[in-house]
Ligand binder design. Structure first.
Ligand code: MN
Length: 250
């Protein structure tokens, strides 16, 4: 499928999203990206470059490195390759209105002999991600004979990147600009310091957003504390501060 549905849903004079354009070049690597999209409902858009377009799934709970979770993924319309670099705000009144964060990006390898279109048609795509946040082997599996026919699951396979209890909300920043969803929604400039994922440093960023009183409070970008080189797993507790808050719309 080309980009007719993508084009039909959008008015390109009103939205900063890229116009429909199928990439005919064979030279590209297999690009993948995930966008965190604060639309009517917060969700993650998972995209794989197959056949000159970005095959796309809307994942309400987001992807996970925890192999024990199977998150629902709604197969949605193909997007142009250029969409893979998009971050910004879709104005009110337009399809998908709300802020779009480039949450992860990188390349993927298809696993197995079959090509991407063939695996897609089969309803079972296996691939290895090389992203900034997501790595390792995954599958997207079509749940045949269900509902509208667009219902898939995204599943992490067990490998060295599998992380039980992995929390997508601990990574709620842009790989393009370092911004939070709220900062994108407010059109604030990109952060100078590139963010790194996970662990104690996330709590430092968290303190940016939820100013705390007392000696525990830190300013933006002060980095990790001396005692923080610890494990990648996150302690339970303050992640609730990273959960989605209502965002005023333009
Ligand atoms: Mn979306």
């Amino acid at each position: 499928m080309a980009l007719e549905e993508y084009a039909a849903k959008r008015r390109f004079r009103d939205t900063p999203e890229p116009p429909p354009k199928v990439n005919k070049s064979k030279a590209r690597a297999n690009y993948f990206c995930v966008q965190r999209h604060d639309a009517t409902r917060l969700h993650y858009d998972f995209r794989l470059e197959i056949g000159g377009v970005l095959k796309s799934w809307a994942v309400p709970k987001g992807p996970s490195l925890d192999p024990s979770v199977r998150h629902f993924a709604a197969h949605v319309e193909d997007h142009p390759i250029d969409y893979g670099g998009f971050e910004g705000n879709i104005p009110a009144g337009n399809y998908g209105a709300g802020s779009v964060m480039l949450w992860d990006r990188g390349t993927f390898e298809l696993l197995g002999e079959a090509g991407g279109d063939e695996q897609l048609a089969r309803g079972d795509i296996k691939f290895r991600l090389h992203g900034e946040k997501l790595n390792g082997d995954f599958a997207l599996v079509h749940m045949k004979g269900r509902g509208k026919g667009n219902e898939w699951l995204i599943i992490k396979k067990r490998d060295e990147f599998a992380t039980p209890g992995w929390d997508v909300e601990a990574y709620a920043y842009s790989v393009l600009s370092g911004r939070t969803q709220e900062e994108i929604a407010q059109n604030l400039p990109a952060r100078k310091a590139k963010r790194k994922a996970a662990g104690a440093t996330d709590r430092v960023w968290e303190s940016d957003r939820e100013p705390k009183q007392g000696p525990g409070a830190r300013g933006r970008g002060t980095g990790r504390t001396a005692s923080s080189p610890g494990p990648r797993t996150l302690a339970p507790g303050p992640h609730t501060a990273l959960k989605k808050k209502p965002t005023p719309r333009p």
